[in-house]
Design a protein around this ligand. Structure first.
Ligand SMILES: [Fe+2]
Length: 198
């Protein structure tokens, strides 16, 4: 079944990121949705009997399949948790952050440091291994993602996410993000995943 781009226009006009910044980001996201549909359609028609590590059409499609797939669904996680003015973290989220990082401020500090360390994504996860929160970084959309993780917060650190509004001032982008992140959404994800074990 084809993947469908969701509409995130409700984020426009909130003043956290400019409409121009957001609209260009939406267009980029929609491009990933088109590409995952294209790859899945081609995989359905491509002969896999001559798959090859060096080069083969089927093999290349398989190598790129996770890029637009994660490009689609990581962006949805990000847009979902981007703007929640006034939203407060649940007691469970505050406890998880404290248990995992020492204090809430240490959690935010670590997430920002993680973001400074990557040109890709910060994924705050609840690990099925130890039940704690972790700030992992990944590159592009498909590299460096650990197993046994459920994503509770996604922070897009690609330059396209902030260059229009903040230039190279990534720290200012993080200021804006953490002032406005939808902690209610992040809390609800943690609640949903909290029973999972590996
Ligand atoms: Fe992005």
């Amino acid at each position: 079944m084809p993947h469908e781009a969701r509409n995130f226009d409700h984020l426009l006009g909130k003043g956290i990121l400019s409409d121009n910044q957001l609209k260009q980001h939406f267009t980029l996201y929609q491009g990933y949705v088109k590409k995952i549909n294209e790859i899945e359609e081609k995989l359905g028609k491509t002969d896999n009997s001559a798959a090859n590590y060096s080069f083969n059409e089927y093999s290349e499609l398989k190598r790129r399949e996770p890029v637009p797939f994660n490009g689609t669904y990581l962006h949805e996680l990000y847009f979902e948790n981007l703007v929640g003015p006034g939203a407060q973290p649940s007691d469970a989220l505050k406890k998880a952050a404290t248990d995992s990082f020492g204090t809430w401020d240490d959690f935010i500090k670590d997430a920002r440091a993680a973001g400074t360390s990557t040109t890709g994504w910060v994924l705050t996860t609840r690990s099925r291994v130890d039940g704690k929160l972790h700030n992992y970084i990944c590159y592009e959309h498909h590299l460096n993602i650990p197993v046994h993780q459920d994503i509770v917060m996604a922070l897009d650190c690609w330059e396209h996410a902030f260059m229009i509004d903040f230039g190279i001032k990534k720290a200012d982008y993080f200021d804006a993000f953490f002032k406005n992140v939808d902690w209610k959404m992040v809390s609800s994800r943690l609640d949903k995943y909290s029973k999972y074990t590996r």
